[in-house]
Ligand binder design. Structure first.
Ligand code: PXP
Length: 240
């Protein structure tokens, strides 16, 4: 059974548009769980543009499934994660100017820093995942860090404008999933997934969890968060 992690960052984005108290990302997370989400994902960005430190602390206290904190390998952020102890930390690349996480973490280039961050978090009993491009060299280097979970970046697939190129990207994700599984890694996937392009990804054997944010929160504006989460669960064929 494939799982669904719901990223609630954009509930906080809306709150920050006015710097007010609502909408509350913690209340949204609780509704996502009630609707059947298997985990709650949020990204504590260095510029705190949406989720802030007290959101993460409150989520840690209130949610009943799993808290997956997306974060950079910046030492201050790793310090915070070590204190709050989410169930999982997903290490992502971060550039302040970007609108969203634009590519996978370059484990080859930043190997030492990634390994240090991973070691610190794992010593605190936190599961660590690396958000990487579906690329053989990145997968091989991930294994050398001692981190045994990856999230494959589906952004290139999601951004395809023709069925032919999407099929090509889908095949790469499929092959890289199998390659990672053969190396003993746990494989998740996400980024850019929506109500049209998720079905094909969810049928790839071996992917454990999909992490989806923007599409679900956007749909929630029109149909409510419970319905938006349940619609996505239906697409990935998971009933809870
Ligand atoms: N996975 C990771 C590692 C991400 O950084 C993001 C974006 O925060 C997502 C999944 C969700 O992407 P989207 O909002 O496009 O569904």
């Amino acid at each position: 059974m494939i799982k669904l992690g719901v990223n609630i960052d954009h509930v906080a984005t809306l709150r920050q548009a006015r710097r007010e108290q609502e909408p509350d990302p913690v209340a949204a997370a609780i509704l996502c769980e009630k609707a059947g989400a298997h985990s709650i994902v949020c990204h504590l960005r260095e510029d705190r543009r949406h989720i802030n430190d007290s959101d993460v602390r409150a989520l840690r206290k209130k949610i009943k499934t799993r808290l997956n904190l997306e974060m950079s390998i910046n030492k201050n952020i790793v310090d915070i994660a070590c204190r709050i102890k989410p169930d999982q930390c997903t290490l992502v690349p971060e550039r302040r100017q970007e609108l969203t996480t634009e590519g996978g973490l370059d484990v080859i280039r930043y190997f030492k820093r990634v390994k240090e961050a991973g070691d610190r978090l794992q010593k605190r009993g936190i599961t660590v995942s690396l958000f990487i491009d579906p690329d053989k060299k990145q997968i091989a280097r991930t294994r050398d860090t001692g981190i045994s979970m990856i999230e494959l970046h589906t952004g290139r697939y999601a951004g395809c404008s023709s069925a032919r190129t999407a099929q090509h990207q889908l095949k790469i994700i499929k092959d890289m999933t199998q390659h990672a599984l053969d190396l003993g890694l746990t494989v998740n996937a996400g980024h850019g997934l929506n109500y049209s392009n998720t079905s094909a990804i969810s049928r790839i054997k071996g992917i454990e969890e999909l992490n989806i944010g923007h599409a679900i929160i956007s749909r929630a504006v029109f149909v409510g968060i419970k319905q938006a989460v349940q619609d996505m669960l239906k697409i990935i064929g998971t009933k809870k």
